[in-house]
Design a protein around this ligand. Structure first.
Ligand code: AMP
Length: 225
């Protein structure tokens, strides 16, 4: 089982990159935020619990997230591995993931950090649009669709997430950046962290990530241009 962890602040482009890597590496893209949004949409017990936190831009408690991810790791399509996106977001989640993978004879092969300066994150998030049917991601400034409001890939309607409003964006960054730095520390200590400059064009970030996963891990690597 090959396990890659994507790390990046909201808006860093890690979801976009995870989707591309998923296709290029043939591994499922497991995004904790997507799993929660699906649970909310289906109004499951998990969805109702998670929603209380998501609505205010807060993190869902670790115990709930870890349970959900463990279930996902045991799905048949995850047997060859996964690209985790949005999880782990805290040090306890990273430690829980190590244990869960250890029980399955696996480990995190590489933690891929897509770094982008904070002021750029706010600018990007406020311009983010998603498509209704496939979750394809656009940005008014850096990655606009050919026709405003319409998905290039499947023609469905584009919408803005409730938690991409500027006040919520700042709350999300304030709450989510400090634990993210703990997660980066965790994987730096393990020698599996790869830092990539997320300010580059999408293709350049992808190339840097693919170069990184093609080579065995070594401490303190940086694939930044
Ligand atoms: P995302 O789509 O990754 O930005 O996630 C949307 C929301 O889901 C977050 O703002 C959190 O409320 C929740 N969430 C997703 N992943 C996690 C996680 N690993 N730990 C805690 N909460 C999470």
């Amino acid at each position: 089982m090959k396990v890659f962890v994507m790390i990046g602040a909201p808006g860093a482009g890690k979801g976009t990159q995870a989707a591309i890597l998923s296709e290029r590496l043939g591994l499922p893209h497991v995004a904790s935020g997507d799993l929660f949004r699906e649970a909310v949409r289906l109004d499951t017990r998990l969805g109702r619990e998670a929603r209380r936190y998501m609505d205010r831009g807060a993190l869902v408690p670790d115990s709930i997230v870890v349970r959900m991810i463990e279930e996902r790791l045991d799905a048949p399509d995850a047997a060859a591995g996964v690209i985790l996106d949005g999880f782990p977001r805290t040090r306890p989640q990273a430690e829980a993931l190590d244990l869960a993978l250890g029980r399955r004879g696996a480990r995190v092969d590489a933690a891929l950090y897509v770094g982008v300066p904070e002021e750029e994150l706010v600018r990007r998030l406020s311009g983010r649009w998603l498509c209704r049917s496939g979750g394809h991601v656009y940005n008014e400034v850096s990655n606009p669709p050919a026709v405003p409001g319409v998905c290039d890939v499947d023609g469905s309607e584009l919408y803005q997430r409730d938690d991409d409003r500027p006040e919520t964006v700042r709350a999300r960054l304030e709450q989510q950046l400090p634990p993210m730095y703990d997660v980066i520390d965790h994987y730096t200590t393990q020698g599996v962290l790869v830092a990539v400059d997320g300010g580059q064009p999408i293709e350049a970030v992808t190339d840097a990530l693919l170069r990184a996963v093609a080579h065995p891990a070594g401490p303190g690597r940086s694939e930044a241009a």
